[in-house]
Structure formats: C-alpha cells, structure tokens
Ligand binder design. Sequence first.
Ligand SMILES: [Zn+2]
Ligand SMILES: [Zn+2]
Length: 168
Amino acid sequence: MRIRVSDIQEDGLMVDHVTAVGSFSDPAWRLDAVSLRVLREHVDVLVSGEVLATVPQLCGRCLEPFPADVRAAVDVRLIPRPATADNVELAPDDLDVDFYQNDELDLGALVEAETTLALPMKPLCRDDCRGLCPVCGGNRNVVACACSERAPDPRLTVLKDLATRLSH
Ligand SMILES: [Zn+2]
Ligand SMILES: [Zn+2]
C-alpha cells in the first residue's frame, strides 16, 4: 500500500485491513491483523499502532521450524528524505525515525520492517520446549531417550534414605 503524503487529511488515516497493506515479500510470512493510524504533522508522517503476523521460525532449542506469532508495536516518524545526508538532525527521543521520498509512503515496506524488528531474538516452539538431548541429539519433545535421565542426585538419595528410616 502506497500512501501519498499530501493526501493525508487533517484527521489522519486509519488502516485496519490486512488486504489494504498487501502481502510480505516472503510468501511464507502471513499478515494476520493491522491497526495503524497515519497522521501528518507538517511534512512529517507519524505511523502508530499494531501489527500481528505469523512468521516461520526455527526453534532455538529443538531446531524445529514452527510458525511464530509476532506482535509489532509500531511508533514511527517518517521524515522527507533529505537531498544530502549531513543536514539531518534526529531528535534523541525519536529513535524510530525513517524516511519517505517523492511524497510517497510505502506502508507495506514499513509493516514488513516493523515485523522484522519484532521477530523473537530466541525463538521457542513453545515455552516448555525440551530441546535436543546433548548426548544423543534426539528431540526430547518427540522421544524420551534413555540418556536424558540424569543420574540421581546423591543429596536426594541421602534424604530418601533418611525418610525411609524415619518411616520405620
Ligand atoms: Zn523447540
Ligand atoms: Zn539422548
């Protein structure tokens, strides 16, 4: 979706249809929901809201591919791309500043960039993923291999002995 910046009205623009934004460049990525407000402030454009997407990831523990739910909180200020780079002064509190050019804002590219930024640093197929066995390399979510059983903790054995003796 391309938005002509000079067309953005005083009260801004709401984008809440996935189809309006378009699809990701990677067809395996899926845009599930968008809720974005596009406002114009003189020549700056402010885009804020939320993007929900499903992106294939590899689990960091078991190395299996899985669809990750990605939620991106969007809060971006876009400024016209300057002719020369050295006269750009970014305010320190404006960390999310991007450029647009030729009076045109590519919302699809923005949504894709924000989704990419929101990808998990350490993707996990599920919170309690058991990962791979360090001994045999088997996926512990699938098979409970024998080597995954650790030798009993000697301190626990002492306690168990004590419990047995006390119960007699
Ligand atoms: Zn996993
Ligand atoms: Zn094993």
